[in-house]
Ligand binder design. Structure first.
Ligand code: PHE
Length: 346
């Protein structure tokens, strides 16, 4: 009997020590100490022993049972710690490893310039307006006092959109300038007004370093009582000086646009040579910058504003051209090229 017990003890302890995981350990426990376990069966047999052998055999059986139970408990603890260690190991997060580097985009140079222009005019009390890129002939031309015979309407200049979109305002075109938003804003908000309109415009043009079929403009419109070109000059000097971060001079020259009277061209002192004369300003010290003028009474009327009470000025400059000027970019096609060697410089 004693031998049987000892043998079972040795065998079971060995199995317990070798258990690879909690499940295996549980099976070993059942195998020896379960209801019909090998050890349980042996204990049950104790009652058949002769009376004088019972006490010592019982004592031994108890000792072994305690030893097995202890061994199982100990092994279980070790296994639990092992799994814990494994789990925390897979979740280990090394805070000293440099983060993964993701390429993220950045703001396009023309948009950067647009935000800058919006900021400066915003500080001077101008609101930012928006309008559709696909316009009716009415807003793009008629409302702006541009007659049907005007050469700008020619197929050479304008993208006409196929008839599906025609409405009572005439054929639809890709707007050739941001000026249609002058009328839209007057109709909607009336006078007084102080707005700029950055936006994309389209012209049917052969592409070269200086021309693209799509480019960006900024329209300006100020309407109030007792407004003169002196206000325009003041605003433009202030705007350009803030934008370039150095004093800029401007000059007016006569210019013709059907929607202004008088109309003018505004030049600015060359930002590259500071009027000393260089290749870019063709040694004149001046650079052409924008068209402008006092809003034509017919345009005010189209916008439902009474020209006897209100007057104002409007201007339109090329945002694309301004960006080229500011950064010395000599090819307009770079902006839409998607060329990262170019774009990543901004
Ligand atoms: N719309 C004109 C252009 O595209 C610019 C302009 C705007 C001129 C407002 C005068 C007044 O060239």
């Amino acid at each position: 009997m004693r031998q049987l017990f000892e043998k079972l003890k040795t065998a079971s302890l060995e199995e317990i020590r070798g258990a690879k995981n909690a499940d295996a350990l549980r099976q070993i426990e059942v195998k020896y100490l379960g209801r019909n376990g090998e050890f349980t069966v042996l204990i049950k047999g104790l009652k058949d022993l002769p009376a004088d052998e019972k006490p010592s055999a019982g004592k031994l059986a108890n000792e072994i049972k305690i030893a097995l139970t202890e061994a199982i408990r100990g092994r279980r603890e070790i296994l639990e710690q092992e799994t814990l260690a494994q789990e925390s190991n897979t979740e280990f997060f090394d805070t000293t490893v440099p983060g993964a580097h993701y390429e993220i985009g950045h703001i396009h140079p023309i948009s950067q310039m647009q935000y800058e222009v919006e900021r400066i005019f915003g500080e001077m009390g101008f609101s930012i307006m928006d309008g559709p890129e696909m316009e009716s002939e009415y807003y793009n031309f008629e409302g702006l006092n541009i007659p049907a015979t005007h050469p700008a309407r020619d197929m050479q200049d304008t993208f006409f959109v196929k008839n599906k979109f025609h409405d009572f305002h005439g054929k639809m075109v890709m707007r050739t300038h941001t000026s249609p938003v002058q009328i839209r804003t007057m109709e909607r908000y009336g006078a007084p007004l102080r707005i700029i309109v950055p936006g994309r415009v389209f012209r049917y043009e052969a592409t070269d370093a200086g021309h693209d079929s799509t480019f960006n403009q900024v329209e300006g419109l100020l309407i109030d009582k007792n407004i003169s070109l002196a206000h325009l000059k003041g605003i433009m000097i202030e705007f350009l000086t803030r934008l370039f971060g150095k004093p800029i001079k401007v000059r007016f020259r006569p210019g013709y646009f059907p929607f202004v009277e008088p109309g003018l061209e505004l030049d600015l002192s060359c930002v590259l040579c500071n009027m000393k004369g260089c290749r870019v300003c063709k040694h004149t010290g001046w650079m052409e910058f924008m068209g402008a003028g006092m809003v034509h009474p017919n345009v005010l009327k189209a916008g439902k504003i009474d020209p006897k009470i209100y007057q104002g000025w409007a201007f339109g400059f090329g945002l694309t051209r301004l960006t080229m000027l500011k950064y010395g970019i000599d090819d307009i096609r770079l902006f839409s090229s998607g060329n990262l060697k170019f774009l990543n410089q901004f």
